[in-house]
Every structure is written in structure tokens, then in C-alpha cells.
Design a protein around this ligand. Structure first.
Ligand code: VGL
Ligand code: ZN
Length: 201
């Protein structure tokens, strides 16, 4: 539990939805177990941030067909989130606002980018929008959420992880739990969407 005043939304806060895309949902090319279950709590957060006119950022994995992370190129993953294909689309139930800031990453064939900050102008865009604190959820806990949170901290942002609105790939048992630990150690706070909703009701 956290003091609810820490969870009161103020100017300078932003919501970050990490890679809530078809290919990371069950049945997708890199389906995450229960990945679809992040959508409903994230939609409630979108509503909350919209009501306060706070920015919503959505990152997406946006790979070319010959991306270096694909097994055919010697990488660890099956092809996923190929630009302009169904797998790269947002989760169908995601209530993405029309004015969301979209951040595409991993769009160069030779560069992996788990983090929404890697090879993008996200830091500048957040600074220009006066953002200092990020509430982060999405997929997957042990890859793109983890690296986005670590980079957010390295870039000087406060980071709160929406623990019930993330899911892990868990290539090795415990990867998700270890990712949570790493995020905490980097100074991120773990919180829950219900606590955020309650603090701003
Ligand atoms: C991701 C593996 C490969 C992620 C992206 O969004 O967590 N994981 N590409
Ligand atoms: Zn990827």
C-alpha cells in the first residue's frame, strides 16, 4: 500500500502503454500468457488520465520483415509486430485515445529496441509536454516494460509500474518476478490500477 496522496494525479503525470499489440496477445506470434488481461485495467487508466487531460503515450514494436531479433536473422524471437501487418496492430479492445503520443521502436533492421526510449525521441517529447512522472503498464514485463522503466529512471523520470496491468513472457521461470525486482531496485514504485483509481475517484 502507498499513501494515496502519492497516487493523486497532477500536471506532469503521463500514462505509458507498452506494446499492447496483437502479436503479444494469446494466439499472437509472440503471445504472452494472459496478455489480453492487461487491456481492461489499462482502459480504466486511459479514462482516468483523459478525464484529467493528462497525456497518454503508446509505444509499439514496429519491426521490418528482416529485423535482427527474428530467428531467421539469428535472433531469439519468431517474427512478430511486422510493420503494417495485423500482428503489429493495437489490441482490438484497447481504447487508445485519438491524441495519444505514438512511439514506434525497433523499426530499423539492425537494432533491437525493447525500451520505448531506445532510438526514439520519447525523452524530448515528454520534456516538451512537461512530463516528469510516468505510470507504466503493458507487455511484456520482462522485456519491453522492464527496459522502458529502467530507461525512464535513467532519464530522470519518476516511474510507477502498474503491477496488475503487466504480464511476463517468462522464457525462464521467474523472469517476470526478477524484472519487478530490477525495476524496484532502479527506484520504480510498484502500484496497482485500483489504488490509482481509488486515489483519484
Ligand atoms: C517484446 C520480445 C520481443 C516486448 C518485444 O514488447 O516485450 N518482447 N520484442
Ligand atoms: Zn520485438
Amino acid at each position: 500500500m502507498q499513501a494515496s496522496d502519492e497516487l493523486t494525479l497532477v500536471a506532469g503525470d503521463a500514462l505509458v502503454l507498452v506494446d499492447v499489440q496483437q502479436d503479444f496477445l494469446p494466439g499472437g506470434h509472440l503471445g504472452v500468457t494472459d496478455g489480453d488481461r492487461v487491456v481492461a485495467p489499462l482502459n480504466r487508466m486511459v479514462e482516468l488520465f483523459r478525464a484529467q487531460q493528462l497525456p497518454v503515450v503508446a509505444t509499439r514494436d514496429w519491426h521490418p520483415l528482416n529485423h535482427c531479433s527474428f530467428q531467421e536473422q539469428g535472433g531469439p524471437w519468431p517474427p512478430h509486430c511486422v510493420q503494417h501487418t495485423h500482428g503489429a496492430d493495437w489490441a482490438p479492445e484497447l481504447a487508445l485515445p485519438s491524441d495519444a503520443l505514438i512511439v514506434s521502436k525497433g523499426d530499423s533492421a539492425t537494432q533491437e529496441a525493447y525500451s520505448g526510449f531506445e532510438g526514439t525521441d520519447l525523452t524530448d517529447r515528454l520534456h516538451r509536454a512537461g512530463v516528469g512522472r510516468l505510470f507504466i503498464g503493458g507487455l511484456a514485463t520482462d522485456y519491453c516494460v522492464l527496459q522502458t522503466v529502467l530507461d525512464a529512471r535513467a532519464q530522470g523520470f519518476e516511474a510507477l509500474v502498474l503491477q496488475d496491468a503487466i504480464r511476463a513472457v517468462d522464457v525462464e521461470v521467474g523472469d517476470g518476478d526478477r524484472a519487478l525486482q530490477q525495476m524496484s531496485e532502479a527506484g520504480a514504485q510498484l502500484t496497482r490500477t485500483q489504488d490509482l483509481a481509488d486515489a483519484n475517484a
